[in-house]
Design a protein around this ligand. Structure first.
Ligand code: BG6
Length: 279
């Protein structure tokens, strides 16, 4: 296995088409995705630290078992824990796959006293990436959690970004009163700090304006919610691991059960995934 920044273990998944995906075992965190067109699709902060115990700012952080603030570390411990690599291979049907696993540790049991087994798989195709998550309750009581992908997309210019497919959906603005409102826009643009959760959305949205003027279809399965986040000017300055101008070249379109939680009985498994396809 390759050693990445600060000697952290890193997998380089390669597809014969030239598509490539780099995943750190720290957080099972995809930090770079180049599609077969040679372009980077994921934003990475110019100031992030690659250090055990600290979240990587950019790429695809895994949110589990808590979204946002709460009794656990923000967005949960999965993104700051080392995962185990299960395997990588290129399937005859044409995709490259990497699978990683996480289960409870003595540290996770201190903050979340539950046994679980979690698997993530990354399926890389020339112009698409599918990320699937499976959580099994291996303990004796029910478990209850948030789960999702906090994906940072690289964009040329935030002023040209549009998200469509959410017109008519309800949303809660984390920056406002947290009252439920209705999205009226066919094309959501971002010209200020944005931090909204859209619960129970349609399963497909289209993000326009990613790097190279391309579009990305985002399709989710077993995931109810979408979050759109951009910290804009002031918050970018406040965040230590984010460049002051980084907000101009990124947007997070997060998918998961982020507002709604999942409850699993012992031995039950929850499956969810998101497919990103260049259009
Ligand atoms: C988003 C939240 O999902 O993540 C925001 O809705 C938060 O409120 C953002 O600021 C980044 O979180 P963090 O923990 O990675 O800084």
């Amino acid at each position: 296995m390759k050693r990445g920044i600060n000697d952290l273990p890193c997998i380089e998944l390669r597809h014969p088409s030239g598509a490539q995906l780099d995943i750190y075992l720290h957080g099972a965190h995809a930090v770079s995705w180049r599609s077969a067109d040679g372009r980077q699709n994921l934003f990475m902060s110019s100031k992030t630290d690659f250090k055990p115990g600290i979240p990587i700012r950019g790429g695809i952080p895994v949110v589990f078992p808590q979204f946002g603030d709460g009794p656990l570390p923000k967005h949960g411990f999965a993104r700051v824990t080392g995962w185990d690599l299960l395997d990588t291979r290129v399937h005859e049907s044409g995709y490259a796959e990497a699978r990683l696993r996480l289960h409870e540790t003595s540290r996770s049991l201190e903050v979340w006293p539950h046994k679980f087994s979690m698997e993530i798989s990354f399926c890389l195709k020339p112009q698409a990436l599918e990320v699937a998550l499976e959580v099994t309750n291996t303990g004796e009581g029910d478990i209850n959690f948030n789960i999702g992908l906090h994906t940072y997309f690289l964009v040329d210019d935030i002023a040209k970004v549009m998200v469509s497919g959410l017109a008519g959906a309800k949303f809660i603005d984390f920056l406002d009163s947290r009252q439920e409102e209705t999205e009226r826009r066919e094309k959501i643009t971002i010209d200020r700090e944005t931090d909204r959760v859209y619960p129970d959305t349609p399963d497909r949205v289209l993000l326009r304006g990613i790097a190279g003027g391309r579009g990305m279809a985002i399709e989710k399965y077993g995931m109810r919610d979408i979050v759109i986040w951009n910290p804009w000017i002031e918050k970018s300055r406040r965040m230590e691991d984010f460049g002051d101008l980084d907000y101009l070249t990124m947007v997070c379109v997060e998918t998961g059960n982020l507002r709604g939680r999942v409850t699993l009985e012992p031995d039950a498994t929850h499956k969810s995934s998101t497919k990103f396809t260049l259009v």
